[in-house]
Design a protein around this ligand. Structure first.
Ligand SMILES: [Fe+2]
Length: 130
């Protein structure tokens, strides 16, 4: 799941990213085990809530370094929260049959977001310290 090449040079943020991978993995396992819908709803809302906390912490971290791309980065966070919230709503109303594809979307989004956008602020931070 989380590997060293995903580091953003902040132990706090790296740990939050590790936790996100764990939550996605729990969700994946519950789908595979055919867990009841209520359990999946619980896990997905847990993921939404933890993601919101993490994004708020990460945005505060970017603010401390006066990161110039903060607004655009925040927008990506908003889009992701909206998307996961829509999975929750569709699951609750019985419109979404959760598949492994949903899990793959979450995992791929997270990996690509960290490797793309998050590592950009880490690179910016390094230029400040250089
Ligand atoms: Fe981010």
């Amino acid at each position: 799941m989380w590997t060293d090449d995903l580091s953003v040079n902040s132990a706090v943020i790296d740990n939050e990213h590790k936790r996100l991978f764990e939550l996605i993995d729990n969700f994946y396992k519950s789908i595979k085990d055919n867990s009841p819908k209520e359990r999946l709803e619980e896990l997905i809302i847990g993921l939404v809530n933890y993601t919101k906390t993490h994004f708020a912490n990460e945005e505060a971290h970017m603010r401390t370094m006066n990161y110039p791309n903060l607004a655009a980065h925040k927008e990506l966070h908003v889009q992701f929260v909206d998307k996961v919230t829509s999975y929750y709503d569709r699951l609750k109303s019985g419109k979404l049959i959760l598949s492994i594809e949903v899990t793959n979307f979450l995992k791929d989004w997270l990996v690509n977001h960290i490797k793309g956008s998050d590592q950009q602020y880490a690179a910016f931070e390094r230029t400040l310290k250089a």
